[in-house]
Write a protein that binds this ligand. Structure first.
Ligand SMILES: Cc1cc2nc3c(=O)[nH]c(=O)nc-3n(C[C@H](O)[C@H](O)[C@H](O)COP(=O)(O)OP(=O)(O)OC[C@H]3O[C@@H](n4cnc5c(N)ncnc54)[C@H](O)[C@@H]3O)c2cc1C
Length: 492
């Protein structure tokens, strides 16, 4: 038996033959959500317990030490947008899918925590919290498919970061299988624990490059008694930022979401999902305003009190010209319908064809200047380019995406113009104190930017951490860190 055949036979012994998939038919694991990266896996393994994960990692580390150049690609829901969860084209990588590890281990109502396995789908965690009368606030358009392991490995953001923080802030503890095949577990749900380096924070956001997350303990919150969802049309981003300032002053922590969308984003939704776009009141002009805002308030107050306060503030803003129009959802169903419009934007972009994606953040105060400068430079460089700009304005984070002009081949356009467009966007964001990756991570897509736009000191520390925790380069080589592309000792 060859080294690879012996390895696969041992993995079948560990996870069960039915959970070691090889050969054709692995497309769903080998191709990313955007259909931009398509690799070839040696196998897909679907372990069912942390003990199985530890055994399979130990066995692969042994194979690696014996000279078989194998490495592991952790995968959750495969909804990542930067190509970090799919194998490369070498055929030497094993995808470790956590999809079978999806149980809720514990929910502690008094401690306001839930402990779940990494393969739990985000929506299932939200539902488990809701069933207990509590609230898990991480919320992304991909929540029906993405998993907690993936959310934590990529430190996902989403639509309620303004109030509750990123996935990192929601995580109190982890269970991780290390590159040595050992199990590190800290799932106690403590809010205070100053006992040495914070290992949890090393793994959150590590994109599968340091270890395999198998479970996590997450913060829960009391379920809000009242919600108020409103769609607002406004003339420009300076007005949007002024409205954000006013709402923060009026509502403080009751303001949980503040999203912005330009008219072109909504145009794509109308083109590809006319049914979803229908709740928008075209007749009143909100759908065609230069910018639309989707704002969510949530509170422990009496619903009538929250609604009365919100309506008074919005009437005042409308009367003083701060916004052009507002539409407050009058039912839970209407609120959901408004959110569906926002959530449909990335889907409509995917339906429109390949596009150049940017996930930038700048200080909120600099956002209007960022869009103005980046738009002007790109329009001069790429006449006719379509700006699909939307995102989490309240966090200073915009998906500043570019679609080829109508009628132009999207793949060709991407190949020709992505590097130039990236340079413009990241230079403008960087000049305003911003970042080139706010919530999607680095993956395969932004490794070049990481190498270029982070200092030698930062990169040196990142490499030292990688070397210390994964000396064989077993976990996700080719993702995030420049250098160390294959299994074997990481470069000095
Ligand atoms: C329509 C749509 C909307 C989205 N909206 C948002 C948004 O608002 N905010 C946001 O932040 N992201 C968003 N995303 C991106 C994506 O959904 C998130 O990054 C999500 O957290 C990925 O979870 P996943 O389970 O699909 O991870 P995967 O795609 O499977 O993996 C992502 C990364 O994590 C690693 N990984 C996965 N599981 C583990 C594990 N158990 N242990 C260690 N490493 C692991 C992978 O190797 C990979 O590097 C969106 C994506 C789509 C398609």
């Amino acid at each position: 038996m060859t080294g690879a055949a012996a390895l696969l036979s041992d993995l079948a012994g560990i996870a069960g033959a039915a959970n070691v998939l090889t050969g054709p038919g692995l497309e769903a694991y080998e191709r990313d959500w955007r259909k931009r990266w398509h690799g070839r896996a040696m196998a897909v393994v679907r372990p069912g317990s942390v003990a199985e994960v530890a055994s399979l990692v130990s066995r692969c580390a042994r194979a690696c030490r014996e000279g078989l150049p194998v490495s592991l690609v952790p995968q959750g829901g495969n909804t990542g947008l930067v190509g970090g969860g799919v194998p490369d084209e070498t055929g030497r990588q094993i995808v470790v899918s956590l999809a079978r590890m999806r149980s809720v281990r514990r929910l502690d109502v008094d401690n306001l925590t839930i402990t779940v396995e990494a393969g739990c789908v985000l929506q299932a965690v939200q539902a488990a919290a809701d069933d207990a009368g509590l609230h898990f606030p991480l919320s992304l358009a991909s929540e029906g498919s993405c998993t907690l392991g993936g959310n934590l490995a990529s430190n996902a953001g989403g639509t309620q970061v303004l109030r509750y923080g990123n996935a990192r802030e929601l995580c109190l503890g982890l269970e991780v299988v290390t590159a040595a095949g050992e199990i590190w577990q800290r799932l106690d749900g403590l809010r205070k624990d100053n006992t040495g380096y914070d290992l949890r924070d090393l793994f959150v956001g590590s994109e599968g490059t340091l270890g395999l997350i198998t479970a996590a303990t997450l913060r829960l919150f009391p379920r809000p008694r009242a919600r108020f969802t409103v769609w607002a049309a406004c003339a420009g981003l300076p007005e949007a930022v002024a409205l954000l300032r006013r709402l923060r002053a009026e509502f403080d922590a009751e303001l949980v979401g503040f999203e912005a969308m330009n008219a072109a984003s909504l145009g794509l939704v109308a083109r590809h999902f006319p049914d979803v776009a229908r709740p928008l009141p075209d007749a009143r002009g909100t759908a065609s305003a230069p910018w639309s805002l989707l704002i969510e308030l949530a509170s422990a107050r009496d619903p009538a009190a929250l609604h009365a306060h919100a309506e008074a503030v919005l009437s005042d803003v409308l009367a003083t010209g701060g916004v052009q129009d507002v539409l407050a959802a009058s039912s839970v169903a209407q609120a959901r319908a408004l959110w569906r419009v926002r959530e449909a934007i990335p889907l409509a972009q995917a339906a429109e064809g390949l596009n150049i994606k940017h996930d930038v953040a700048v200080p909120v105060s600099a956002l209007p200047g960022f869009v103005e400068m980046a738009d002007a430079r790109l329009d001069a460089m790429l006449p006719g380019v379509r700006h699909i700009t939307f995102g989490h304005l309240g966090d200073g984070n915009l998906h500043y995406n570019l679609q080829a002009p109508e009628g132009v081949d999207a793949a060709r356009y991407l190949a020709d113009h992505e590097p130039g467009a990236n340079a413009v966007v990241y230079d403008v964001a960087g000049g305003l104190g911003g970042t080139f990756s706010a919530e999607h991570g680095i993956g395969r897509l932004r490794r070049g930017e990481l190498a270029q736009r982070r200092t030698g000191v930062e990169l040196g520390m990142m490499r030292a951490v990688k070397r210390a925790l994964d000396p064989l380069g077993l976990f996700n080589p080719g993702v995030m860190l420049p250098g160390g592309d294959g299994p074997g000792p990481a470069p000095p």
